[in-house]
Ligand binder design. Sequence first.
Ligand code: AMP
Ligand code: MG
Length: 376
Amino acid sequence: MTRDVLVSDQIALLATGDELSNGDILNTNSQEIAQRLFNNGMHVGRHMVTGDRIADIRDAICYLLQSHRALIITGGLGPTSDDLTRYALADALEQELVFDIPTWDSIVQRLKNFGYASPPPNNRQQALFPSAATIIPNPNGTAAGCQVQQSEQFIFMLPGPPIECLPMVDQIVLPTLIKNHFQKILFHHKWLLFGVSEGQIAEELDLLAKPYDCMTGYRLWYPYIEFKLYSNNQMDFLSLLPQIEKTVAPYIIGDGKNSASVLLKNHLAAIDFTIAIADHATGGLLESIIKTPRTAAHLHFLNDLTQSLHSLNIAIDGLDEFWQNQNTALTSLELRFMTEQTQHHSHHDLPFRGLRVKQYAVELICRQLYTYLNLN
Ligand code: AMP
Ligand code: MG
């Protein structure tokens, strides 16, 4: 399987708004929507961002429709003079804008519920849609979206606020695309790997995958590497899967889908005792990550374990090279897990890449503690 099989039927994303093009906010809509599409086996093509100008938005729509079978547009559906996406879409599709009475009625009703006797006239533009559009209701705001199907192409226009557009993606856009066979990747699996570098493992995994009709992908999410395997060939996918599982096993924590700190927090929320921890290594980062309202009752961070009356005590020391600002390739961590009857000591060498070493140390400590709690 090569990446070329994925290029047809791609889905394009267009985010509009001066706040995006000027860099005031991050375009999280495109990230969230792309993730949802990819997790459903669909392939995302180009992402674009434009400011609030009709000509720019229209040109972007025309350009993206030249090479994609679907387009999802977010932003610019509000009541103000800079909300222009509907005008640009109508222009690009060469359709009239038509006033939709049911949408207007629901805007009036919504604004009445918020205490407006009669809605501001500006809101009227929120009921205008291209003549061939099907309205997508917005349960969380006045800006309804719409869907237009034109010569085998699917175009969705959605409001900008993430709490409004993302539910519309889940409820309308994804099911429509699935129904219309946009799913290109039928089999996929991903693993979070810890304690190995991409350079060390990628070559080995790619070599394993080479004889099969499967594709591999890597993403660094420090200190983890996310490894993805995907294919449309069920037999090849199922033959390769156990070989991959065996190779990645030493770097997998728990279910292989969650980070060690997430797994540990879930575990700590359910235990019925308290763990005392003297952390002299991470400068408080461990506590700030694992102590949450759900876990706080089961964690007691203190300086001196001799004062502790708890049944499990953990001493954490190390990262000296980091704290002493030394320029070394490795730094070390010492962990001591102590109960009344047992002492368990482990030494770990960590890659020392600046500030991030603290994150690495926290995930390593979480892995050790999670594993310890599951074994004892
Ligand atoms: P709009 O309807 O385009 O005026 O957007 C209203 C608000 O939604 C903006 O001020 C942002 O806070 C948010 N928003 C719009 N587009 C995006 C996007 N692509 N990513 C994240 N937030 C967005
Ligand atoms: Mg705007």
